[in-house]
Write a protein that binds this ligand. Structure first.
Ligand code: ADP
Ligand code: MG
Length: 381
């Protein structure tokens, strides 16, 4: 028996409420709307008139995996969770520590962590348009906005003391490659894909990506943000310095952060396409961003980076699309996730053409350009 979504949500809301009372014993606590997520349980909460976001992770796995029964039946999950939240190094405790590192030695803007109690992390809300909103409004500024976000992150993560702190609080759960290999390992990976309506295409895509990721490049040990989606950069002052949400700092391949940005931006473009002119403007901006990121490298360096970027982009899109496709009916999906499910055919076509290019052409820059062309075709079809 898989855990019942209603039971999981009721438990999570109860945990949020208890944690708030634990942290602020005399406060009046009012639970607000739940933010749909396939990963964590996220809910707005009002504590004595102070608005906060509460976040709870069950066993550090995604809600989709949990509801699909990956951690066993519900009574068993509850037992494991009781141990998990009290042992040091639970996922959201590491996230709290990472927010401190980012705000402290890295000097980046992040939400203030208001408190952490028994697996629940409370953060102050960040208000303002996201990177996705800004690009949606001004597609011609795509390259500049992507550059701004990536530069800001690189500047912060390059500060002295960041790497040593990350070493102690890594969140490897968000790694594109580790997620890909975990999801699509051998037999269970096949079963997983067979439950989607696009099993044949996705199986081919996964096989090609497994090959490509082995030759992409040896893993390097840069510190990366880890979950740098266009929804995780919020601009409270228009387009000044962004506030970064949902860190997953870890050592990883340097192209990982740009790859996640490109992956999610292109996915949104295919699944919720704007006017044709704007599709071209955004993809032109992504191409210019890739060129700017490699402008100072020699040819070999540029090719290694572009290849990593392309492989990780396509792996991340495969990861998230299959997560959305296998979400159980009781799990509410955010509008962009629901859109990805209804436009899955177009996304699969893009993945199919692009992974075919990846395995047939040697030249990294040609492959990158072909992939962007495939994205345009998918968005405009
Ligand atoms: N402190 C915050 N300020 C503003 N929005 C937030 C905050 N925390 C969470 N959110 C909103 O909730 C969404 C999900 O929270 P997030 O921390 O990204 O959890 P998940 O691990 O499920 O991705 C975010 O993308 C954002 O829209
Ligand atoms: Mg998130």
């Amino acid at each position: 028996m898989r855990p019942d979504p209603e039971a999981v949500f009721a438990y999570a809301a109860g945990q949020v409420e208890q944690a708030a009372h634990g942290l602020w014993p005399r406060a009046k606590v009012a639970l607000g709307p739940v933010v749909p997520s396939v990963t964590s349980y996220v809910q707005q909460v009002d504590v004595d008139g102070r608005p906060l976001f509460a976040k709870l992770s069950v066993l550090g796995v995604s809600l989709v995996s949990l509801l699909r029964g990956a951690c066993g039946e519900w009574p068993e999950v509850l037992q494991k969770q009781a141990v998990y939240v009290t042992s040091p190094g639970a996922l959201l405790e590491r996230e709290r520590d990472q927010l401190r590192t980012l705000r402290g030695v890295a000097g980046l803007r992040v939400p203030d962590a208001a408190g952490y109690e028994r697996g629940v992390l409370f953060t102050e809300p960040a208000h303002g348009p996201t990177l996705a909103d800004l690009i949606g409004k001004e597609p011609d500024r795509t390259a500049d906005l992507l550059g701004l976000v990536v530069d800001e992150v690189a500047q912060g993560l390059g500060q002295r003391g960041v790497a040593a702190r990350v070493e102690r609080t890594e969140i490897r759960e968000r790694s594109i490659t580790a997620t890909f290999l975990r999801k699509f390992n051998g037999l269970s990976g096949g079963t997983y894909l067979r439950q989607t309506d696009h099993a044949v295409t996705l199986t081919t895509v996964v096989t090609r990506l497994r090959l490509a990721q082995r030759v992409a490049a040896p893993p390097t040990r840069a510190v990366v943000f880890g979950d740098l989606k266009p929804e995780h950069a919020v601009f409270p002052d228009g387009d000044g310095r962004p506030v970064f949400l949902d860190p997953g700092l870890m050592r990883g391949r340097p192209a990982g952060d740009p790859a996640k940005l490109v992956s999610r931006l292109v996915l949104n473009l295919i699944t919720q396409p704007p006017a044709a002119r704007d599709v071209r403007a955004v993809l032109g901006g992504v191409a210019a961003f890739g060129a700017a990121m490699t402008a100072r490298s020699d040819r070999a360096g540029r090719d290694v980076w572009l290849r990593q970027l392309t492989v990780m982009w396509l792996m991340d899109t495969t990861n998230i699309l299959s997560t959305y496709l296998s979400a159980p009916p009781g799990l509410p999906l955010a509008p962009h996730a629901a859109a990805a499910v209804s436009r899955a055919r177009q996304v699969c076509d893009m993945l199919d053409r692009s992974t075919a290019a990846l395995t047939s052409y040697r030249d990294a820059r040609s492959v990158w350009r072909l992939c962007l062309d495939n994205a345009a075709k998918a968005a405009l079809s």
